[in-house]
Design a protein around this ligand. Structure first.
Ligand code: NAD
Ligand code: GLY
Length: 365
């Protein structure tokens, strides 16, 4: 078992990473608190892992909330359903919620915990690769609004993250690939060596070979823990973790939540960011093409955005991105592989070229 600490003073917590962790109650016991425990999960994950989690809790599970599956349900309605359940069943402020699921369940549960009776404890038990490497760590919680992705939320840290790679055995291949988009993101923003390693070992990583998978997850968690420890509330460096997300969130919202997987739109967004960086003369053509090749060919991700989103739609959706400052859309762009920056001063014509490039993103391959 590997342990990565997120160092945030009295809100510090460990990320425990390994195989068969759900079978070992001693790992989670120190973080459960004295109050009642409620597992929040969804209708896909519940039949797979709810019993294992309940047995890990050794008879202490006092409630379970099984939500409908999917990004389209990540909204204030389900938050309200969670409040209703907790209030109806008289769960007090010593209750701890356990988020058993992917990023959708983690974000929803974290936000419910942040706001129920002004804040109760929660624990992340991520069950997708994306949640292992990104969403379960760092305390970004929240839900979508019809006008924008993740627009309602709070920074609120979990008590611990229990990342058991065995739960990934049941994850569909498309979801694995979507998670890998966030993995590749870490290499691109700050760690060129990690990017090279991912490119060289895409087969065993995509095939979920335990040793490669644990190394990839641990590296991502270490990087995210380091960034969050420096900038929990995204005043500065944490914004780099949004590489590909300004474009990606616009695609996700425009297409309708649930049409594309979050990680798929991140893959498209990363290629668009690489393309824009190339057009600005910051990233050389071969590096931009390599970004696209690794995502598209090595990891089999979709990288060309849907053709039916107009430039005006992109600009409208991106203008309410959370990184917008004084009306200026700020993008995470690449100066090199392993070196990302935040930039707002982009000529509209250059941006338009990227938004309309389609199959021509990053130049002819
Ligand atoms: P998800 O939670 O929708 O899970 C993907 C699918 O896999 C769902 O159908 C789910 O039911 C199913 N599933 C989950 N675990 C499974 C398992 N072990 N076996 C079989 N099926 C399983 O999607 P996701 O990709 O995990 O998360 C995407 C969400 O995460 C988005 O809403 C995104 O905004 C959010 N996110 C948040 C952060 C953050 O920092 N909070 C970071 C990145 C992404
Ligand atoms: N996934 C972006 C962040 O946690 O900041």
């Amino acid at each position: 078992m590997h342990k990565v600490n997120v160092n945030l003073g009295d809100q510090s917590y460990p990320i425990l990473i390994g195989s068969n962790l759900l079978g070992d109650s001693s790992l989670i016991n120190p973080y459960l608190g004295k109050g009642k425990l409620v597992v929040v999960t969804n209708e896909v994950v519940a039949p797979l892992y709810l019993e294992a989690v309940k047995s890990m809790l050794g008879g202490r599970c006092a409630g379970e909330i099984i939500l409908p599956d999917g990004e389209q349900h990540k909204n204030l309605e389900v938050i309200s359903e969670i409040y209703d359940y907790l209030l109806r069943n008289k769960f007090d402020r010593h209750t701890t919620l356990l988020a058993l699921g992917g990023g959708v369940i983690g974000d929803i549960t974290g936000f419910a915990a942040a706001t129920y009776q002004r804040g109760i404890g929660y624990i992340q038990i991520p069950t997708t690769l994306l949640a292992h490497v990104d969403s379960s760590v760092g305390g970004k919680t929240g839900v979508n609004h019809s006008l924008g992705k993740n627009m309602i939320g709070a920074f609120y840290q979990p008590r611990c993250v229990l990342a058991d790679i065995r739960v990934l055995d049941s994850l569909p291949e498309r979801e694995i690939k979507a998670g890998l988009a966030e993995v590749v993101k870490y290499g691109l923003i700050r760690n060129a060596k990690f990017f090279d390693w991912l490119a060289e070992n895409s087969k065993p990583i995509s095939g979920l070979d335990d040793a490669y998978l644990v190394r990839a997850i641990k590296t991502c968690c270490e990087m995210k823990a380091g960034i969050v420890a420096q900038d929990e509330k995204e005043i500065g460096i944490r914004a780099l973790l949004n590489l590909g997300h300004t474009f990606g969130h616009a695609i996700e919202t425009a297409a309708g939540y649930g049409t594309w997987l979050h990680g798929e739109t991140v893959a498209m967004g990363i290629v668009m960011a690489a393309d824009l960086s190339r057009r600005l003369g910051w990233l050389d053509v071969s590096s931009a093409q390599r970004v696209r090749t690794v995502l598209e060919k090595n990891f089999g991700m979709p990288v060309v955005p849907p053709a039916d989103i107009s430039v005006d739609q992109y600009l409208d959706l991106m203008s309410s991105d959370k990184k917008v400052e004084q009306g200026e859309i700020r993008f995470i762009l690449l100066k090199d592989i392993g070196s990302a920056v935040v930039e707002g001063n982009i000529a509209i014509e250059t941006l338009r070229s990227t938004l309309t490039a389609g199959h021509g993103l990053c130049g002819e391959l």
